[in-house]
Design a protein around this ligand. Structure first.
Ligand code: MOS
Length: 749
């Protein structure tokens, strides 16, 4: 049997190296089959009729004309009994809507879906459906939603839940102890995931068995939600999520289109493909909710934080969704007195969904600008203030220690690489173009864990198959996991085949989200490979008639201690007889007396044109503690992606709601501004603080996806302040907000 507690890797030959993706050819050549590419014989295409109003009741749906249109095979609406399934839950998990609920609470809610022989025929039929709506008053922002007499989004009012309150110590006492106490309100805008690949599914029935090709971060969670909604055994629902083009949290769980595709496929006894258009994806598959955060903080002259108090409100859309931003207030910096009060507000817009580090970039926008302001008030360097308040224990969990906590290294190593001291000392410029630098620290709130199972099979010729359930959401999961097998078994990467992300043929794991894939799945993969290895060494010991202790496996050969005897895997008689050896690995539980968090520190230099309001990010440095680096190349890619997303959050991205109609005004890739190549500096430097977290799991990893984006926007905001002496507390920092803030700043002085 494999050791449950193997020694950490020492010198490695594969792990940690910058290795290109094992599926680069498929991805670049177009050979990779994404769900949108799936073409099945007799497949129908579906298109959705969506409510065009911000808030309306569907009084009547007339399908007569649509059903007579050429190529139309079925229409599904609330008139179909089988489509009356619960969707969205409110307080206590009670369903508050259904699949085609006649009460449409935002633009884009589903009214009916057509399946036809071609996508064009489906869209023609959608346009032929006649709907009678009763328009209702609506509300598009949290300020209006909380006014007395505001239109109610849900029957219970516009507060999504009772406020949650966290306290430790005594904030009043803490503020009294502070030499400086500041209070400011910070705002962030609603961001859309804007995945490169649009959302959708293909569904096919074979008798009572359902197969779904879904663009998903987690085929297993989709399988379980779908099975429970359709009242089917798990074994009869197969979800395949091989290639996908970006999710960022909007593809973590079961989506409405997937259920509808399955129902239409059952109704027509034909496979059905239902994909959203680019515009639809802006309205109804999630967003990062807008936030308002009032933060009060106290600090002593020596830099000791005395109290932190956050009052946060998230604008979650028409249905309750996650919006907590308190994580870093509770945990990131040492502070005895903390109070976090959070609430969320309903508006007539699409529901929020997790988006890359849900809540954390928002919190960072407030907390890290506040840390910057406190540092200035007490005359301390912003890096030093953060180092001063470093903690190695989790204050929100009774001070249990972190297995590793590299925030200090991130700050100091990052500052060194950035040239922080020198950059701070440089003149900012005297004309209309000025420069400044900023820093922000950050952490992410989890680091993976069970359950995850993986299987490694070694064949008689020394090649191997890795079987794992994890989806590779574009981050390089397959490559990293194959590297773990290659490391343990001494097999070249190109001799390893991977079966993945298919609930019908691979092993259970959760969704690839929460930065958990590597720290959850790679230990299971290593355990599976170790079981294969121990079986192979046993075979070699028997064949060589030597004790198994001390045998080593290298480059497909097993050596006795000292190397006097050896045998190649391909020459093992018992393996040739058996044809394969199988190892099953499961993710062991996390330690209970400690907890892991990934950390980061980001540095930015910006240039501000005070005449035009243009801000350019000139360069960034990101120092990351995500535990052991398994693949330096995919690690760097992830961090650069995280910085890019942070630049979008800080500078350009913003859902705009039209107050006249309650509709989204920029639901397309032209008007919703994600950063382009011209907005992203070429000078992005990644500093891996490669602390091996051997107490957390057997690969020493903590996760990189989300900590790579968390502090980026706040570092840019602090650099803007450093350049101009004016704070912009609302994201994004646009040319018009720059011009008006600079004008205001001038009159205040
Ligand atoms: Mo992430 S928001 O867990 O995909």
């Amino acid at each position: 049997m494999a050791q449950t507690n193997p020694k950490p890797w020492g010198e490695t030959t594969v792990v940690g190296k910058p290795i290109p993706r094992v599926d680069a050819y498929e991805r670049l050549s177009g050979a990779a089959i994404y769900p949108l590419d799936v073409l099945l014989p007799d497949m129908l295409h579906a298109a959705t009729l969506r409510c065009p109003h911000a808030h309306a009741l569907v009084k009547k749906v007339d399908l007569t004309k649509a059903l007579q249109m050429p190529g139309v095979r079925a229409v599904l609406s609330d008139a179909d009994r089988e489509a009356r399934l619960p969707w969205y839950s409110g307080p206590g998990g009670k369903p508050v809507s259904r699949l085609f609920d006649p009460h449409c609470r935002h633009e884009g809610e589903e009214v009916a879906v057509v399946a036809a022989e071609s996508p064009q025929q489906a869209w023609d039929a959608v346009r032929a459906i006649q709907v009678e709506y009763e328009k209702l008053p609506f509300v598009t922002n949290m300020e209006d939603a909380l006014k007395p007499g505001a239109p109610a989004v849900q029957e219970g009012g516009n507060r999504a839940a009772t406020p949650s309150v966290y306290t430790r110590g005594d904030v009043a006492k803490g503020f009294a102890e502070g030499d400086v106490v500041l209070e400011e309100t910070y705002r962030t805008s609603c961001e859309i995931h804007t995945t490169m690949e649009v959302h959708g599914s293909v569904a096919q029935w074979d008798g009572d068995r359902l197969t779904v090709w879904d663009t998903s971060q987690g085929p297993f969670p989709v399988q379980s939600s779908l099975a429970s909604l359709l009242n089917m055994p798990l074994s009869k629902v197969r979800v395949i999520s091989h290639y996908m083009g970006g999710g960022f949290g909007s593809k973590l769980g079961l989506s409405r289109y997937t259920v509808i595709a399955a129902l239409l496929a059952r109704k027509t006894a034909r496979p059905v493909k239902l994909f959203l258009t680019r515009e639809e994806t802006f309205l109804c598959v999630g967003n990062r909710p807008a936030h308002s955060m009032t933060l009060k903080a106290g600090v002593k002259k020596d830099g000791t934080l005395t109290a932190l108090q956050l009052t946060g409100t998230g604008e979650v859309g028409a249905y309750p969704g996650g919006s907590s931003v308190g994580g870093q207030i509770r945990e990131l910096y040492k502070c005895p007195n903390v109070r976090v009060e959070e609430t969320s507000v309903l508006v007539n817009a699409g529901q929020s969904r997790p988006m890359r580090a849900p809540g954390f970039p928002q919190c960072s926008w407030a907390l890290e600008q506040m840390m910057d302001a406190l540092a200035e008030k007490i005359g301390m360097d912003p890096v030093d203030l953060r180092v001063r308040n470093y903690t190695s224990v989790n204050q929100a969990q009774k001070d249990i220690p972190y297995t590793s906590a590299g925030l200090r290294e991130c700050l100091t190593e990052g500052a060194k690489t950035f040239g922080w001291k020198e950059a701070r000392a440089r003149p900012k410029g005297t004309g209309s173009v000025v420069r400044g630098v900023g820093v922000a620290g950050g952490m992410w709130g989890s680091a993976g864990g069970p359950p995850a199972t993986a299987i490694v099979s070694l064949f008689a010729d020394g090649s191997a198959l890795l079987n794992m359930g994890a989806a590779d959401i574009g981050t390089g999961t397959k490559t990293v996991m194959a590297m773990v097998v290659a490391e343990e078994l001494g097999i070249p990467l190109d001799r390893i085949r991977i079966e993945w992300a298919d609930t019908g043929t691979t092993q259970y794991t959760g969704a690839s989200g929460g930065s958990k894939t590597v720290p959850s799945d790679s230990p299971a993969v290593r355990a599976a490979a170790l079981e294969v290895k121990s079986k192979v060494l046993e075979m070699a010991a028997q064949q060589l008639k030597v004790p198994v202790e001390g045998l080593t496996l290298k480059n497909g050969e097993i050596f006795t201690p000292g190397g006097s005897q050896k045998v190649a895997i391909a020459d093992l008689a018992s393996l040739r007889g058996q044809r394969s050896v199988v190892g099953v690995g499961t993710r062991a539980p996390n330690p209970t007396d400690k907890v892991a968090r990934p950390f980061a520190a980001h540095f930015a230099e910006v240039e501000v044109n005070k005449r035009t309001g243009e801000v350019r990010v000139l360069r960034m440095v990101a120092a990351q503690d995500s535990g052991r680096v398994l693949n330096l190349l995919t690690y760097r890619n992830q961090v650069i992606g995280g910085l890019t997303m942070g630049i979008g959050f800080a500078m350009t991205e913003q859902r705009v709601m039209d107050p006249q109609t309650g509709k989204m005004a920029n639901a397309n890739w032209h008007d919703y501004k994600i950063p382009t190549a011209k907005d992203i500096p070429a000078d992005l430097v990644v500093v891996p603080v490669d602390l091996h977290d051997t107490e957390w799991n057997i690969t020493g990893t903590k996760g990189i996806g989300e900590p790579a984006t968390i502090p980026a926007a706040a570092a840019i905001a602090n650099a803007f302040y450093n350049a101009t002496g004016v704070r912009i507390r609302s994201a994004p920092i646009t040319p018009s907000s720059v011009i008006s803030s600079l004008a205001q700043g001038k009159t205040q002085r």
